[in-house]
Ligand binder design. Structure first.
Ligand SMILES: [Zn+2]
Length: 175
């Protein structure tokens, strides 16, 4: 689950750094009946502000009032939702860095001494992580041990456990 907003990767025009942070602030501009709205992000190196386009010349009537309210209230939850929206990311040519912005909640440690466990992993946000890392952390193993259990067929899943995942999956672990 996310613990804070992810870092936004985008080149800064002022200092050439590539890391920005959203502080949950929005800017809304109305021109006659047309609305523009941006999510503001700040360069982590020089503090320069960049604007990520949320709405572009939208007719006021076609914008949900609830969305406008949330932007006027600088709703941090809305900033999180928008950053996770692939359309917003593509339109603004940004990527996200989730390092240090999420945590694993295992719901206790009862599972640690069982011989066989079936685990389902649920993502509260689409955060790309290595399943090997999640399983190691959640089961109190080293990553090398997890790799070995996969090789020995004692750790099985319907999904590929190498590489990264950002969606729900299940696995079975036999010790
Ligand atoms: Zn900068």
């Amino acid at each position: 689950m996310p613990t804070c907003l992810p870092t936004v990767l985008r080149r800064c025009h002022a200092c050439a750094s590539e890391r920005f942070r959203a502080n949950g602030k929005f800017r809304v501009n109305a021109n006659h009946k047309l609305l523009d709205a941006w999510l503001l992000v700040l360069c982590t190196a020089c503090g320069d502000t960049a604007k990520l386009t949320v709405l572009e010349r939208m007719n006021v009537r076609s914008v949900r009032p609830e969305l406008l309210d949330r932007m006027h209230d600088n709703d941090p939850g809305l900033a999180a939702e928008l950053l996770q929206d692939p359309v917003v990311r593509r339109r603004n040519r940004i990527a996200l860095d989730w390092d240090g912005a999420w945590r694993l909640d295992t719901g206790g440690s009862d599972h640690l001494d069982r011989e066989v466990i079936d685990v389902s992993v649920r993502f509260a946000a689409r955060i790309p992580v290595r399943p090997v890392r999640l399983i190691a952390e959640g089961c109190g193993l080293s990553r090398a041990e997890v790799e070995r259990l996969i090789t020995e067929g004692k750790l099985v899943s319907a999904v590929r456990l190498s590489g990264k995942l950002s969606g729900d999956f299940t696995f079975t672990l036999k010790r």
